[in-house]
Structure formats: C-alpha cells, structure tokens
Design a protein around this ligand. Structure first.
Ligand code: GLP
Length: 240
C-alpha cells in the first residue's frame, strides 16, 4: 500500500496523470470508475487532458462500481447520470465500452451475475475508488464479506444521509454494487480521499486491523494499491 499526501487541489490531478500515463501505454485500458464529490476534480483533469488532445479515450473500457436500485439512467439522481454529466459526455469514449449496473433491471440477480462475469473475463487494469466515512468502497458497507461479488445491498443510514442531500424524491435505500472481490481483483487500485471528514476512516483503513467493519482495510493486502489523499484526510495517520 503506497500513500501519497498532497495539497487538496493536486489529488484529482495526480490520479488523472497516473491514468493518463497508463492510457498512453495501453490505449484499450480497462478502468473501474467511482462517483462522489471527491471524483469531480479527477474527471475535470481527465477532460482537460482530452481537450488538449493529450488523451484519446476511443479505446478505453469502463466499469462503474455501483448504482442506486430502482432508478433509471436518465434520472438526474442516478450515478449513470453523474458519469454522463462529469465525464462520458465530454470525452470520446464509445457507448459500447461503457459498462454500468442497471438500477431498474427486471432481474437484478441475473444482471449482477452478467456484470461480474464480464469483469472476470475482461479484467480491470486500474480501479479508482472513493471511500465512505464508514469505510465503504463502492457500496460495500461495513460487514460486507471480503469475498463478496456483485449484488444488491442495503445502504446504511449514514450513507443515505451523506449521498442524498440533494434528493427531492423518494430516497433509495438499496443499491447494486461490485463486490469487494471484484474490486480487489483489479491489477491496480487508486483510492482518493479529501477533507477532514475522511481523516478518521483513512487512519483506520491504513493503520488499523484488516476487518470487515472497515471494508477498505482489505486494501492493505493489495500489493498495487495507492492512496492519494489531501493533507486534511491524512491528518490522523500514524506515519506521515
Ligand atoms: C458513494 C459511492 C462510493 C464513494 C463515496 C464517497 O457512496 N458509492 O463509491 O466512494 O460515495 O463519496 P464522496 O466523494 O462524496 O465523499
């Protein structure tokens, strides 16, 4: 596990520069993508590299981590909508290369099994992750098994509170997410965190015991995991 501590503004840029180098080396890079506030500067940096013609996304393949249950991709509250808004609509990715869990699928279990077997077949080169205040990755909430696969999950109250500040309509209590096993099977993992409200969970994840009560702590076992955190999120780490 490698920890990089940077100024807040540099977090997204650093992650984007790692991805950029990988895409230049392998234009058909397979990337696992995340949503959340932390990711916005990261997508902005990638879009700017595309606009400067430094990056070409025409061959990349993406798999997003998660989606709310019962929500359509056209719903502004959906994670698919977020991705279109911040990233997909601004670059030259091919629609056929975008993989997303369908929140409104008629057969959720089957859809999850197909998603997971596609990930197993294609293999994610780099997985981008954010982290919940309770240590969740994707929507793998505390208690999720380390060998869990893609599945329907119940969101915790704290996640609902954090993620749905802007929801006006009915708040979804369930989601579909890639499992912890799907995530840790990625060849490389980059986790981003910023802000003081992530300091406790970053310290527990990095310095604490590996435990399902902090799902992200399993990343201590991944030999190619990099944490890019700002100074506030790093402020409670033992070894700085
Ligand atoms: C959601 C996503 C997670 C993400 C988290 C962090 O819960 N499912 O994948 O890591 O948000 O969000 P933020 O960056 O807004 O703190």
């Amino acid at each position: 596990m490698k920890i990089i501590v940077l100024k807040n503004k540099e977090v997204g840029k650093k992650a984007a520069s790692i991805i950029a180098n990988e895409i230049i080396k392998k234009p058909s890079l397979v990337i696992g993508l995340a949503t959340g506030k932390t990711m916005i500067p990261f997508y902005k940096s990638l879009v700017s590299l595309y606009k400067k013609r430094i990056l070409d996304f025409s061959k990349i393949i993406t798999f997003n981590l998660d989606e709310y249950l019962g929500i359509d991709s056209t719903d502004p509250n959906s994670l698919r909508y977020y991705m279109n808004k911040h990233f997909f609509s601004k670059i030259n990715i091919k629609e056929k290369n975008i993989n997303f869990l369908e929140g409104k699928s008629k057969n959720i279990n089957l859809m999850c099994r197909h998603y997971e077997s596609k990930i197993k077949r294609i293999k994610i080169d780099i997985q981008i992750l954010g982290i919940g205040k309770n240590g969740h990755i994707g929507f793998n909430e505390p208690g999720s098994k380390f060998n869990s696969g893609t599945r329907k999950v119940k969101l915790t109250n704290s996640t609902i509170k954090h993620n749905f500040k802007q929801f006006n309509s009915k708040i979804p209590k369930y989601a579909v997410t890639m499992g912890i096993k799907d995530i840790t099977n990625a060849r490389k993992i980059i986790l981003l965190a910023s802000g003081r409200n992530k300091a406790k969970v970053i310290a527990k994840t990095v310095n604490g015991p590996i435990s399902t009560s902090i799902p992200a702590s399993i990343l201590q076992c991944h030999n190619k995991s990099i944490f890019i955190v700002d100074k506030s999120a790093a402020s409670k780490l033992n070894s700085k």
